[in-house]
Design a protein around this ligand. Structure first.
Ligand code: PLP
Length: 381
């Protein structure tokens, strides 16, 4: 059976070129970057080269790149790091942030901090009024994701930047989903901090970065030997960092072409989905070119997902980042989407290997599965 992977916002297959630069650090290069001998120096050089590759890809300075174990750690690091420096302050985020921004903020509300939410509109966009509704003065951090992992909606980060400057707060954007799918320039966004993850851009899992400018003073999340400018102690995962650096280089080279290709696939897919009666969430607003979040009225998302999986198509359901969470997507609920429709939500996220044939064969299969499910529903009614 042909297998088609349509879940690139969840993770991507490691690029062969990435794997080949990592292999020496898994096989024979055993240096610890803090050691002074040649093995150690070699490892240190490899990390610094990767730091430059990451910085170059997002137009940051290499000294602003702090390697972490991934997006989750980088997000926890900025939330805790900013909060600890400013006890009892307010933390601001949108109500559609990934749980690795939302949960640490919520946890801090039990320890003396406050949380204020920027509420999205029906399209999943944060309107200007949302910023105006925040009246707190002592704000330590404002965090708004650049692109949403479920809808693909892209936020206007300049608003976040202006708001945070006015409040003298640290501004942060989670760019885990945006990076590699659209141009992301740290220098032009005028924000203080940004989160990246390697495994969304054909790099290895378990590595990412917090990009942090020099003005922002945060407390470390992990203390120890003082690696990563004292902000993230622990012996570096050299092979993964080297792979992340290479993935950044490759993604920058192919960005224009890959986003054009995925936009074509997205247009075709959405045309057919709508013909079949699907609702496409956030259809009319600026979205990532690889992401389509949709639902069919009266069809349960997980049932359709399972049926399509059996036919070889890997797609995601509403709460894609947590298979244990059976609640409808918090993003759709925040947008005011009806709970029943939200339960039907499915996400397709294209990647480099997908072709137009994948889309047409998916649509053919989907038609058949929908027919079967509708017949079953009719019998049960
Ligand atoms: C928007 C967003 N932020 C953060 C993360 C977490 O990144 P990681 O898997 O590298 O911990 C994800 C992962 O799905 C994500 O989609």
């Amino acid at each position: 059976m042909q297998k088609v992977y349509f879940d690139h916002n969840a993770t991507t297959a490691i690029d062969k070129k990435v794997l080949s630069v990592m292999m020496p650090y898994l096989e024979t290069q055993q240096g610890n970057p803090t050691s002074q001998h040649s093995f150690g120096r070699h490892a240190r050089t490899a990390i610094e080269e990767a730091r430059e590759q990451v910085a170059l890809a997002i137009h940051a300075h290499p000294s602003e790149v702090i390697f972490t174990s991934g997006g989750t750690e980088a997000n926890n690091m900025i939330v805790h790091g900013a909060a600890i420096k400013n006890p009892q302050s307010t933390l601001v985020r949108s109500n559609i942030e990934h749980p690795c921004v939302a949960r640490p903020m919520e946890a801090l509300t039990h320890q003396g901090w406050h949380q204020d939410l920027l509420k999205v509109n029906h399209d999943g966009v944060i309107p200007d009024e949302a910023y105006k509704s925040i009246t707190a003065d002592n704000i330590s951090l404002v965090s708004v994701m650049l692109a949403n992992n479920e809808t693909g909606v892209i936020q206007e980060v300049s608003r976040l930047s202006d708001f945070a400057k006015g409040k003298k707060a640290i501004s942060h954007t989670d760019a885990v989903q945006a990076f590699g799918k659209m141009e992301v320039r740290f220098d032009e966004l005028e924000i203080d901090a940004m989160t990246l993850s390697s495994h969304k851009i054909y790099g290895p899992q378990g590595v990412g970065a917090l990009i942090l400018n020099k003005r922002s003073d945060i407390e470390p999340l992990i203390y120890g030997g003082g690696q990563e400018k004292n902000l993230r102690s622990g012996t570096e995962n050299i092979a993964a960092i080297v792979g992340f650096g290479k993935a950044c280089e490759l993604i920058s080279e192919s960005l224009k072409e890959s986003s054009m290709r995925s936009r074509e696939l997205q247009t075709t897919l959405e045309f057919h989905l709508k013909t079949l009666g699907a609702e496409i969430f956030s259809e009319k607003v600026k979205r990532l070119s690889n992401t389509t979040f949709f639902a069919f009225k009266d069809i349960e998302g997980s049932t359709l997902l399972t049926a399509l999986d059996k036919k070889g198509f890997a797609i995601a359901s509403g709460s894609a980042c947590s298979s244990v969470n059976k609640e409808p997507s918090h993003v759709l609920l925040a947008m005011g989407i009806d709970e029943d429709l939200a339960r039907g939500a499915l996400r397709i996220s294209f990647g480099n290997q997908n072709t137009i044939n994948d889309v047409t064969s998916f649509i053919e299969t989907l038609k058949k599965e929908l027919q079967t499910l509708k017949q079953l529903t009719a019998i049960a009614a």
